[in-house]
Design a binder for this molecule. Structure first.
Ligand SMILES: C[S@@+](CC[C@H](N)C(=O)[O-])C[C@H]1O[C@@H](n2cnc3c(N)ncnc32)[C@H](O)[C@@H]1O
Length: 342
């Protein structure tokens, strides 16, 4: 299967985190477990114990360019999507895609090492990831930001988040001053950003010198049908796209850790709504060196209600495929003997 994924290639240096006792080989792309891997570009090749390999740049065919947003990759569509999804989000979506185990694994590279750290959780929604953050950081130091008041209303009901600051806002235009936070966390939100590079540039701006961004998000499927539905629904970036966005924003020590539900046994061909945790460190104070033009989406601009409704319905329909995939994988996990690939 790995060979199917290998068409375009980019040379990256891959560091195996042997400290955790989990090695990684190319055959592990669909292996038994999600390996702890980190990719760093060859320019950071000072890392000991590193070896070069060729990692997949593209799947069989190229994905839609990020500059052509999918049906629910606009702020207005995401707003309405979560108007309804917020009702069941914690109970229906997370158990299939974003478990507490995965969350804690994904937050580990964020190095939430002091209770006094100032943390922003961008696209924090119902506060599921924030519940993982406040295990390590005092809740009063944590700000949850989201564009959906409906999602935030759920976060406000959670007792451990009572002391968090909870605010409405846009990931691409954060209401925090430059050099404000020690940690920037965003989980499962980038897929709705019409301009992900802008959101990551904002992550850089709001962090203090030496601060760390931890962005958790989906990975692009390699199976043709999943790829089709992914491209209709929302943004599923490729691993190297995340790394590229982080590096262009100015981050150093950019690393990517693969995550996924246990019952997938490492399978990534259908893509994963929560497929990786990408981290980077801000090396200098001030704004990102990256210059960008105007925003991709002008939320003030009127939209044709019929076109909007059609996009919304088609996007939501495509999303149901990704509700079925974890059920299919769970059944396979029950049927196929343990230790065998599924
Ligand atoms: C899949 S939920 C993730 C929520 C939460 N981080 C978690 O881990 O469960 C995605 C969230 O991103 C929010 N979102 C989407 N686009 C956004 C934007 N441009 N600015 C802020 N929040 C956004 C949505 O409203 C939604 O609450």
């Amino acid at each position: 299967m790995a060979s199917v994924m290998l068409s375009g290639t980019e040379k990256l240096t891959l560091r195996t985190l042997t400290g955790n006792g989990l090695g990684f080989t190319a055959s592990d792309f669909h292996g038994k477990a999600f390996p702890r891997v980190s990719f760093v570009t060859t320019s950071s090749a000072r890392i000991p114990n590193s070896r070069s390999m060729v990692v997949p740049k593209c799947s069989v065919s190229a994905s839609r360019p990020t500059s052509q947003p999918r049906f629910i990759q606009h702020k207005k569509e995401a707003f309405w999507f979560y108007r309804f999804l917020s009702i069941v989000y914690d109970h229906v979506i997370n158990p299939g895609h974003w478990t507490e185990d995965m969350r804690d694994e994904a937050l580990e590279p964020a190095d939430l090492s002091s209770r006094d750290m100032l943390v922003v959780d961008v696209g924090g929604g119902t506060g599921f990831t924030t519940l993982g953050i406040v295990k390590h950081v005092n809740a009063k130091n944590v700000t949850i930001l989201d564009q959906s008041p409906h999602q935030l209303a759920k976060a406000k009901q959670k007792e451990p988040l009572k002391e968090c600051k909870i605010i409405e806002g846009d990931a691409e235009d954060l209401p925090f001053r430059t050099d404000y936070a020690d940690r920037y966390v965003s989980a499962g939100s980038i897929e709705y950003w019409p301009d992900p590079q802008r959101g990551i540039k904002e992550a850089y701006r709001v962090l203090k010198l030496g601060g760390k961004a931890c962005l958790i998000g989906p990975v692009y499927p390699t199976f043709w049908l999943s790829r089709f539905f992914a491209d209709v629904w929302m943004l599923f970036p490729k691993e190297e796209e995340y790394i590229d966005w982080f590096q262009k924003a100015g981050f150093k020590d950019v690393q990517l850790k693969r995550i996924g539900p246990k019952w997938y046994r490492g399978v990534r061909r259908h893509g994963l709504i929560m497929g990786c945790s990408v981290t980077g460190v801000k090396p200098a104070s001030g704004d990102s060196p990256l210059q960008l033009g105007p925003k991709e989406e002008d939320v003030e601009k009127p939209v044709n209600p019929f076109v909007f409704l059609m996009r919304f319905l088609l996007g939501a329909l495509a999303a149901t495929w990704f509700v079925l995939v974890p059920i299919y994988m769970w059944l396979k996990d029950q049927i196929v003997p343990k230790g065998q690939p599924i």
